[in-house]
Design a protein around this ligand. Structure first.
Ligand SMILES: [Zn+2]
Length: 592
């Protein structure tokens, strides 16, 4: 079982007091940027339809017209609206079915305790908008993690933001964390790593502030979980987890200026989505910021089907892909990092499959709409040659977070030049986008109250851990059963017993072309050494004849039980696919 870090009431109270003390550090914007919320134009979510038009094509048409499409709801499309949006929709011949105000709280002080790894419990980080850490807070966090967890973490600087390339005194360094057991023996910037790699990236779209928070919590869970949580321990022993918590820090600083002043009106800089490269828009964009802003959409800038669906040639558009592919330093630096971490495992043609045993996986975090997406993003009518593996892994992850699953055009709209299309296209690694957060309710929107993060994390922590442990062989293990509820007990003498649930039907319930489950036909336990470490399988019993069954049995627990005394369990389906292992602790013998 996976354990969320828990903290005592006393520790929480202490943190709350500490946070009150750092309120003075909260980012504030110049007074001129502040807007009286009462007088602010209302932001609303508009549900629209165009009878007879494919909703995916409608969504794409709206995006390319400069509208901010957030999600799809059956044959309808939901867009963020400001003052002029309804007019614009009328001109496009689109009917507005209903409209509701976007629920936005605009706190300027910390309202909740943010999570910290145990060795950083004495640290404080500047916040904005009720608890979200600032760009400087993240820079400090990354440095602190590397310093206080030298046996688990390395900090890597991989480039400069656009503003920093223009003026060394401005902008931001681009940084990543490598998390793994014995980083001194790994975390090298070369693709022939001993351990497989999983990379999580967040906030390529600046205003999607939930995503940096998710990355922060993922780092925290891994650090606190090592030697405390069997699954986390197994992942860090066997995998390098790379986290890029802020892909677009220049843009995030702009978001902070708006949100730090409690300003969420359509004119607010809170809506910054793109980077801050203003060299392509002359004269400056007219605004309002929510629909017209300078910069390049970094998630349209990657050199894969660049400039196709879901982009606009207008430099002020939210989906402007830049003057050419990979024109932006944030893109080229991250692409170079990917190329130094993952070997190229796929041929150049769109129809070339990555080999079944390809290694490596990535997830890029966005908000919102509760979606798990996978390539191709550029055209829903084209399946990748690894569609079975990608789709299966996407649905395996949405089993944990409950999100709607498909190619972007199948559940949202086609979008070209995105990161995950590129990482799959150029390197062949299993690549996914999460769109975190619901399309309605009190935690919807780009700026949910900080307390909403607890719910988001509850859904996504286990999904991300599944992604990390799939990095070893994403296209094969995701076809096999998911193991949960592993229970290991000592029995008489050398023996121990294990019971677990093996579920080949552990696929998310919503999405396009949900994979079919097969019967579970075999199960194994490994003691001390995982299958890839030369561990010796011990056969377990499969109870019943179905795709969701209990497996278990008695096994020999003598011999080398390894540094962490881990037991690994996996199961195979009737098509011959072994799922990923799930780890549990072997309890000590009473006389150990
Ligand atoms: Zn996004």
């Amino acid at each position: 079982m996976l354990r969320r870090p828990t903290r005592t009431r006393r520790a929480l109270a202490a943190t709350a007091a500490a946070l009150a003390a750092v309120t003075a550090l909260a980012v504030t914007a110049p007074a001129s940027a502040a807007t009286d919320p009462a007088a602010a134009p209302t932001t609303e979510l508009l549900t629209v339809t165009s009878p007879g038009e494919d909703p995916a094509l409608l969504a794409q048409r709206l995006v390319e017209s400069g509208l901010d499409v957030v999600t799809r709801d059956g044959d309808k499309v939901v867009v963020v609206g400001s003052e002029h949006t309804r007019e614009q929709l009328d001109q496009l011949g689109v009917q507005t079915v209903h409209a509701r105000p976007v629920p936005v709280a605009a706190p300027t002080e910390s309202t909740a305790a943010y999570p910290l790894p145990s060795r950083l419990a004495d640290r404080q980080y500047p916040t904005f908008y009720g608890g979200y850490r600032t760009v400087q807070g993240f820079h400090q966090f990354v440095a602190d993690v590397a310093q206080r967890y030298p046996e688990l973490a390395r900090r890597v600087s991989y480039g400069d933001s656009w503003q920093r390339t223009q003026d060394r005194s401005k902008g931001n360094e681009l940084t990543a964390l490598c998390l793994t057991a014995r980083p001194d023996q790994g975390c090298q910037l070369r693709p022939d790593s001993a351990k497989p790699r999983f990379l999580l990236m967040a906030q390529i779209h600046a205003r999607e502030i939930t995503t940096g928070e998710t990355a922060w919590r993922f780092v925290t869970r891994l650090l606190d979980g090592y030697r405390a949580d069997a699954e986390v321990t197994a992942v860090l022993d066997g995998t390098e987890v790379w986290v890029v918590p802020q892909v677009n820090p220049d843009g995030i600083e702009t978001v902070q200026e708006g949100l730090g002043a409690g300003d969420v009106a359509g004119s607010s800089r809170a809506w910054q989505r793109k980077n801050r490269d203003d060299s392509n828009s002359e004269p400056p964009c007219a605004g309002p910021w929510q629909v017209s802003q300078e910069g390049i959409d970094l998630n349209r800038n990657w050199d894969s089907h660049w400039g196709g669906a879901g982009t606009s040639k207008n430099p002020c558009s939210l989906v402007y892909p830049g003057p050419k592919p990979a024109s932006e330093p944030e893109t080229t630096a991250l692409a170079a990092l990917f190329e130094r971490l993952f070997p190229d495992q796929r041929g150049p043609a769109d129809t070339d499959a990555a080999p079944a045993n390809a290694r490596g996986a990535m997830v890029t975090l966005h908000t919102y709409g509760n979606l798990v997406l996978f390539p191709w993003g550029h055209d829903k009518n084209v399946k990748t040659p690894n569609d079975a593996g990608l789709r299966s892994m996407a649905f395996r992850m949405s089993h944990f977070n409950g999100y709607n699953t498909g190619q972007p055009g199948e559940v949202l709209y086609n979008a070209s030049g995105g990161t995950d299309d590129w990482t799959y296209d150029k390197l062949g690694i299993a690549s996914f986008t999460y769109e975190i957060g619901p399309g309605s309710g009190d935690c919807t929107g780009f700026f949910p109250e900080y307390r909403c993060q607890d719910k988001f994390w509850e859904l996504n922590g286990s999904a991300l851990l599944y992604a990390a442990k799939s990095a070893r062989s994403p296209y094969t293990t995701s076809l096999g059963p998911t193991i949960s509820n592993v229970n290991v007990q000592r029995a008489h003498g050398p023996w121990a017993s294990v019971g677990a649930k093996a579920d080949d039907n552990a696929y998310g319930g919503k999405g396009v072309n949900r994979p079919a489950a097969q019967k579970v036909v075999a199960a194994e336990a490994y003691v001390g050494k995982a299958p890839w470490e030369g561990g010796v399988p011990q056969t377990l019993r499969v109870n019943g004849d179905g795709s969701t069954v209990d497996v278990g049995g008695v096994f020999d627990a003598t011999g080398d039980t390894g540094e962490h005394r881990l037991v690994y369990v996996r199961a195979k389906d009737a098509d011959g696919n072994w799922g990923p292992v799930t780890a549990a602790w072997l309890p000590p013998r009473s006389n150990d």
